[in-house]
Design a protein around this ligand. Structure first.
Ligand code: COA
Ligand code: AMP
Length: 633
């Protein structure tokens, strides 16, 4: 077994050899001969001439290998007080039928299918069924409002939409179907059929001739066999927030994705076939795609689909209960979940009720792990707490302390070292490499490894502009940070206008569009400020139109409702402040970062491009009056 250093060195010096060696970790229909090439867009591509099927790799392969009766998926739902285990055989039976049902509705290879489902087994089955047919799924997180769903429908132009009657958020039943109906009315693209899983908690009204009942549809469907697809054929599109209000459709291909995720399961997370792996995220986020569904199933692990919250379902001991009940070996979750637990159970006393000796590694990601949370976990658990860093765009981790190679010495606050395949550099704003311990922009030198995005759905120009224009010749991650004298990487936060609210990625532009549509608002800026529980929360800074007779309290209430309705409740938009003017550059760009740093109490330099420096003291005054800055300095 090579060391981390040997593999990392090889992956950077000779990526083709490193990834040729990794390709045999999966079963191909036609193994690739070309490992690394460039497509017509000049994007680096992996395994160009290989053919495979991602559903076959996740399900059928294990059945053929005699592991059909092994548990594949455990649905643990404190939301509905139920637990169900699906073996690979049982999962395969359902996936074959759902794929058959989709094919009967005309879904073929390359067609898009939008999935808007809560954390129920149908979500996993639907994704795998798409993969089986070579159709491209686009899962939309259930917390998004109708308008956001409509935007994604118009961009992906799906043939079919799969949904459920409701999701469950603590004690609240959230009806999904009215949101879907509204989104379909808003979207220009028309969808012929919607399949609805009726849940007992809420019966959805159906539109005759368009809507189909999931259970009946699945029951009556024929089995569908796997469709052979090319390594470069897209497996899915996952929309993520950029700096504007329009989401970016990150494209993931089949081949590189299967190889990188399979490799990562052992190399990063230290798990093998038969181990129980749990990522407590949502299928609507990249963590859910990679580590609830595909990664563990490719590897033949048991994966857990958890429909609940870290607290109040029923208490702050839920995570420990799930780990104990199912023998979880590696657990992956966002730090925000532990901040919620720590608040309710500061001494972690509920842990005493459970035997979590099966647990070997705890991985956190999705946002910066704050020091108090890391220390709390480290103090209360006897397993390594490993912070690792990645993005929707990469699909798997860029930096980690890799369990499969033997853990490196931990340095609190650090992500440890780059994962093989990622040539991570720190560049100054001028684009030169920063010396150790100096803050800069975190970039990756090409080629990006297998699994990372090759393009944005139907908008390659945006891909070039978003990721490759800021530092020509490098992939710009959008994160700022540094490397220390040992090469350990520290990511401190976004350098652009993307926010991270409770591990959910959001763009300021997305919320600004909703705020700006209020009739009293002349102009606005949304800024993500530090929050002890959610990591960051958005606040709105609003300029009123002349002559508007609305109180700040009334305005705030209306804007909160509008953001919930237009973007979704998970934005946690709860505060807005009326200001006299907004600071801008001479070219008109709002200086959001400056305002964020002002509220967070971080130091900032007066931007040389500022239009009118006086506005900064005005804004400071407005924010102080609103209680967002403790004292004016
Ligand atoms: N469907 C509908 N509404 C949703 C939703 C969903 N899937 N997810 C969240 N919401 C709603 C909540 O009900 C809440 O609504 P309310 O204001 O009416 O009460 C609101 O959005 C805020 O949600 P959130 O900030 O997520 O708080 P929470 O208490 O519901 O959950 C956590 C807390 C920590 C469990 C949750 O934020 C979480 O799981 N975060 C991690 C995200 C993640 O996995 N990211 C990937 C990187 S690892
Ligand atoms: P997403 O695409 O939703 O996974 O969000 C990716 C962004 O989340 C990254 O660009 C970072 O800003 C942030 N992020 C994810 N993991 C970490 C981490 N471990 N430490 C710091 N920031 C992180």
């Amino acid at each position: 077994m090579p060391t981390y250093e040997e593999d990392y060195h090889l992956s950077i010096k000779d990526p083709e050899t490193f990834w040729r060696q990794r390709q045999s970790e999966i079963d191909w229909f036609e193994p690739p001969k070309r490992i690394l090439s460039r497509d017509t867009n000049k994007s680096w591509r992996w395994y160009e001439d290989g053919t495979l099927n991602s559903c076959w790799l996740a399900v059928d392969r294990h059945i053929e290998a005699g592991r059909g009766e092994a548990p594949a998926l455990i649905y643990d739902s404190p939301a509905t007080q139920s637990v169900a285990t699906f073996t690979f055989n049982e999962l395969g039976d359902r996936v074959r039928k759902v794929a058959g049902g989709m094919r009967e509705l005309g879904v073929c290879k390359g067609d898009r299918v939008v999935i808007y489902l809560p954390m129920i087994p149908e979500a996993v089955v639907a994704m795998l069924a798409c993969a089986r047919l070579g159709a491209i799924h686009s899962v939309v997180f259930g917390g998004f409002a109708a308008r956001e769903l409509a935007m994604r429908i118009d961009d992906a132009e799906p043939k079919l939409l799969l949904t459920a009657s409701c999701g469950i958020e603590f004690e609240k039943v959230i009806a999904y179907k009215p949101l879907v109906d509204e989104a379909l009315a808003l979207a220009s693209h028309k969808i012929e059929h919607v399949v609805v899983k009726q849940r007992v908690q809420c019966e959805a009204a159906m539109t005759a001739s368009r809507d189909l009942d999931w259970d009946k549809w699945e029951h009556e469907a024929p089995d569908a066999d796997v469709v052979e697809v090319g390594a470069l054929d897209p497996l899915y599109i996952l929309y993520t927030s950029g700096t504007t209000g329009r989401p970016k459709g990150v494209v993931r291909d089949n081949g590189g994705h299967a190889v990188s995720l399979t490799y990562s399961m052992k190399a990063v997370y230290g798990v093998d076939e038969g181990d129980v792996f749990w990522a407590a995220s949502d299928v609507g986020w990249v963590v859910g795609h990679s580590y609830i569904v595909y990664g563990p199933l490719f590897k033949g692990c048991t994966t857990i689909l958890f429909e609940g919250k870290p607290v109040r379902t029923p208490d702050a001991g839920t995570f420990w209960r799930v780990i104990a009940d199912h023998g979880v070996k590696t657990f992956f979750v966002a730090p925000t979940a532990f901040r919620a637990i720590k608040k309710e159970d500061p001494q972690c006393s509920l842990l005493q009720q459970y035997d979590i000796s099966s647990l070997e590694y705890l991985f956190v990601a999705g946002e910066r792990c704050d020091a108090p949370t890391w220390h709390w976990l480290n103090d209360h658990l006897s397993v390594p707490v490993i912070d690792h860093w990645w993005q929707t765009e990469t699909g798997w981790s860029i930096c980690a302390n890799m369990a499969g190679y033997g853990l490196k010495t931990m340095k609190p606050g650090s992500l440890t070292l780059p994962v093989p395949g990622y040539d991570v550099r720190i560049l100054t704003d001028e684009g030169v490499e920063a010396p150790p311990n100096t803050d800069g922009n975190v970039v990756v030198a090409p080629p990006l490894p297998p699994g990372a995005l090759p393009t944005i759905w139907r908008d390659h120009e945006r891909y070039e502009k978003s990721y490759w224009a800021a530092f020509p010749g490098y992939y710009a991650t959008g994160d700022g940070g540094f490397r220390d004298e040992d090469g350990y990487v520290y990511v401190m936060g976004r350098t652009d206008d993307v926010m991270n609210v409770a591990g959910h990625r959001l763009s300021t532009g997305q919320i600004e569009e909703a705020v700006a549509s209020h009739p009293a608002v002349a102009e606005c800026a949304v800024v993500g400020i530090r929050d002890p529980e959610k990591g960051q929360v958005p606040i709105g800074l609003v300029l009123l139109k002349d002559g508007m007779n609305i109180s700040p309290g009334e305005l705030q209430t209306e804007l909160i409702q509008m953001v919930r309705k237009e973007v979704g409740p998970f934005t946690n938009f709860k505060r807005c402040v009326v200001v006299k003017r907004l600071p801008k550059t001479r070219s008109g760009k709002i200086l959001r970062q400056v305002m964020r740093k002002m509220v967070d109490g971080d130091s900032f330099a007066m931007p040389s491009t500022i239009d009118d420096p006086e506005i900064l003291s005005e804004i400071q005054e407005d924010l102080t009056k609103a209680g967002l800055i403790a004292t004016a300095t």
